[in-house]
Design a protein around this ligand. Sequence first.
Ligand code: PEP
Ligand code: MN
Length: 361
Amino acid sequence: MSNEELEQLRASLDNKNMEILKLINERAEIVQKIGGVKSKSGTKRFDPVRERKMLDLIAEENEGPFKTSTLQHLFKQIFKASLELMGEDEQKALLVSRKKHPDNTIVSVKNEQIGDGNQRLIAGPCSVESEEQVFTVAEALKNRGVNLLRGGAYKPRSSPYDFQGLGVEGLKILKKAGERFDMSVISEIVTPGDVETALDYLDVIQIGARNMQNFELLKEVGSTNKPVLLKRGLSATISEFMQAAEYVMSRGNTNLMLCERGIRTYETATRNTLDISAIPILKQETHLPVLADVTHSTGRRDLLLPAAKAALAIGADAVMAEVHPDPAVALSDSAQQMDISQFNEFIDTLRDEQLLKDGAG
Ligand code: PEP
Ligand code: MN
């Protein structure tokens, strides 16, 4: 083929491209008009019966050389882009997504504004074991300016033979500690029936990893206006995590925080794998405060500090870590909780290295 011939063919290809371009935009204008008519009549934009008819017509009229399946695939892309043009994409955007709400959501927990740009620590024992245990930790935290106290009263343990938590007695101890030391208290609730009781005792209801897809529980906490700390499921994708958050928000509760707590991978050196990139992804994709639980993600005391540094550096709004007066005898998670002097060292280092502001609890 001579050069001249090639140039001619290319020129006619360019012309065809321009014709397709013009046609595709003319088609888009018709689509927009249809969108306008549909929105006036309240008709759903996606019409599968109509789309099937259009695909069938393409099949009937196709004379090649393209295969019908190839053309149908290309037209499906055009149909999809057209739906987006009609605003369908925007309609589908989740309430938790930044597309719906570009500004950061700030969750008020008593005097703390989580998500306001000041990074914080949430700390406390894995399980509430006794008043003395919780008070000892609470006092130590308060002394270092930490105002957010966690502690498990209902423990979703892997084994039914392990300590299951003190239940409502645990909530009472937490509330008392919160009042005594002027702290906010956070604890996990595992059944929808306990949500109402929890409203009286807690400042934040935690939904644990094992319950991230307990949809009835999500709906129940979503129907309150109590701040909710939702943890990422053990094997949940970021998208599933966001859908779970949507369950809460779709019921009207906007006081929602997300917590990356490590996911199941093939790696056995840590208890879970801290998905550090989930933190900026969730910050980008959603408008909600994003937290990092360094205790359950690593499962290793020696990794709490480096993991907390990484989480703060990458933009977590808060770091959660477990602290127990005597971890060796803790009724749960004894391998990974810090004792009080270790916690003091932990917070001092984060402050010395300016990863945590002075006074940021
Ligand atoms: C907890 O924070 O007490 C807990 C059980 O964590 P997770 O749900 O992330 O395992
Ligand atoms: Mn724990």
